[in-house]
Design a protein around this ligand. Sequence first.
Ligand SMILES: [Fe+2]
Ligand SMILES: [Fe+2]
Length: 199
Amino acid sequence: MKQVTFTQMKDGTAEDYQFLERLEDQFNAGLVDRLMQALRNLEHGLSGYQVSRLEHSLQSAARAEADGGDDDLVVAALLHDLGDELAPYNHSQLAAAIIRPYVRAEVSWVVHHHGLFQKVYYAHFFGEDPNERERYRDHPWYQKCVDFCERYDQAAFDPDYPTPPLEHFEPALRRVFSRTPFDPEVVGEEPEGSVAGLA
Ligand SMILES: [Fe+2]
Ligand SMILES: [Fe+2]
């Protein structure tokens, strides 16, 4: 079989769908390579900073690693701005969706909210509320997101920081993305009141 028999999904056979599943498994095996390419594309992303978006991402990950962060946190820091190119007004949520099947729920939550938490550093310059994040003050992961922004994100714009190349993080990326997606042993429990873990 080279192609399915149907032109509408509702007419597909078991054989069609087994065939598609095999192709999907093969395609998904290339996910880390595609993520690395997407990261490389950030080299030519948002300009004006002293470092490229790729270097910012690498430096965030390096800072998380130097801080003793585990694979989940290092990979989250590496990918946290991956949505810049395709979802400029909700880039945090795009990155969180990518890592969510593979990391602790806490880490997905932090990435999902980092853009809003990060506003504490600049929103007042635009007449906006820099403390919007305070609405999450009582959330059990509030402080984790505060720390992520302070230590790994807002700090990672330094052209003099000894930032390693992307290849340095490839083993961690491969370890994280070779996990079984949505494994409850990895993803764990989300706190009460969260909608799909991310509200
Ligand atoms: Fe961001
Ligand atoms: Fe960032």
